[in-house]
Design a protein around this ligand. Structure first.
Ligand code: PLP
Length: 384
């Protein structure tokens, strides 16, 4: 294969060289167990403390607000299952949206086995929830609300700040969880001023390593641990800390939130260029909000008359890597629940491709992608 154009950054990202260097040091030199009492333990623990400070700076909170996990999925599980179980005195009603990642929907489903009841918020044709619907769904016994910051398939940005305000106006005891796995580094997130109690992030979506995530827990919020053992992380998540991963996550978070505005500008320009390019390619449909209202890095486009998987592999032949539906709902070809919830007709449901960029994506790569689509589509549409 001659070239590699990676437009699947919402599935995962290339790790930043600086992150790899730091992790190498933690793997090869400072490899003590952070719980050990000797100097090697102390040196190793210093990486976790630094990562805490970096994460805190990236969200404008205190370093002690974080629990390290193995991925975004585990952060979502801990926030929702652990949060709801610890807060069930408030009630056993949960609210979430119809377009969450399975890490959230499956956590909510697990709670139904323990007598919890769930309301799912619908989305409009651009994939965004309606605040009036949230307002009417809130009840005195709502113990937890979970709403994603950015949808992983369409890039729809949810009104997190307004949702947080409504939730707390209804009942201060209701916990607000935000899955920020796709939003972190692309939106300025400030949990305290947004009334967020719990917020999930994942290392591998922000040029950090796979196998590490974090859960922000606001001061005073109780969460029941799901992993028991040696009592690490104040008994909330036992298990020896993954110091290289945590160090990598901390640095990646610092880098990801360094110049959010500058990065957004660059990504929006690339996204607009791609949207303009695909506009001339026959019966297409952009799935999601207006270009500037969505996340800067995700563009979901349906190319009617071609099955998404067929187009995905044809693009792969040209060295272009994209997703059909959600790659994180691994190897489940089929219709996307999020796109279905937006009410798309069948011809667009089966032909949706997600392009997701990073700050390393170039204009030339976008132009090559558009011209490749221009070559492939007339041929593939003939064999519909
Ligand atoms: N939440 C969202 C919105 C995601 O996009 C993903 C992964 O794509 C996850 C959660 C799960 O994160 P991880 O792959 O780190 O488990």
């Amino acid at each position: 294969m001659e070239r590699q154009i990676y437009l699947d950054n919402s599935a995962t990202t290339r790790v930043d060289d600086r992150v790899v260097e730091l992790m190498k040091k933690a793997f090869l030199s400072d490899y003590g167990n952070p719980s050990s009492m000797h100097v090697m333990g102390i040196n190793s623990n210093a990486y976790a403390e630094k990562a805490g400070r970096q994460l805190a700076a990236s969200l404008g909170c205190e370093p002690k607000n974080f629990i390290y996990t193995s991925c975004g999925t585990e952060s979502d599980n801990l926030a929702i299952i652990g949060g709801a179980l610890a807060n069930s005195r408030t009630g056993k009603h949960i609210i979430t949206t119809a377009v969450e990642h399975p890490a959230v929907t499956e956590s909510v489903k697990r709670l139904t086995e323990y007598g919890f009841e769930t309301s799912y918020l619908s989305v409009d044709e651009s994939g965004v929830i309606d605040l009036d619907e949230l307002k009417s769904a809130l009840r005195p016994d709502t113990c937890l609300v979970s709403i994603m910051a950015v949808n992983n398939e369409t890039g729809a940005v949810m009104p997190i700040s307004d949702a947080g305000r409504l939730i707390k106006e209804n009942n201060k005891k209701t916990l607000f969880h935000v899955d920020a796995v796709q939003g972190f580094g692309h939106l300025a997130l400030r949990p305290a001023s947004m009334n967020i109690d719990l917020l999930s992030i994942s290392g591998h979506k922000i040029h950090g390593p796979k196998g590490v995530g974090a859960l922000y827990i606001a001061k005073g919020v109780k969460v029941k641990s799901l992993m028991v053992g040696g009592g690490q992380q104040e008994n909330l998540r036992s298990g020896t800390l993954n110091i290289p991963g945590i160090a990598g996550l901390g640095l990646a978070a610092e880098l990801a939130t360094k110049d959010i505005e500058g990065k957004r500008k660059k990504l929006f320009a690339l996204k607009s260029r791609l949207a303009r390019g695909v506009a001339g390619l026959g019966d297409i449909h952009i799935n999601g909000p207006e270009i500037n209202e969505g996340a800067p890095h995700i563009l979901n486009v349906s190319f009617a008359g071609v099955r998404a998987e067929v187009l995905l592999h044809a693009l792969e032949e040209k060295g272009i890597f994209v997703s059909s539906g959600s790659a994180c709902a691994a190897h489940h070809p089929g219709v996307s629940a999020a796109l279905k919830a937006m009410g798309l007709p069948d011809k667009y449901l089966t032909s949706a491709i997600r392009f997701s960029m990073s700050e390393w994506t170039t204009e030339e790569e976008i132009d090559y992608t558009v011209s490749s689509l221009g070559e492939l589509l007339p041929i593939l549409r003939r064999f519909r």
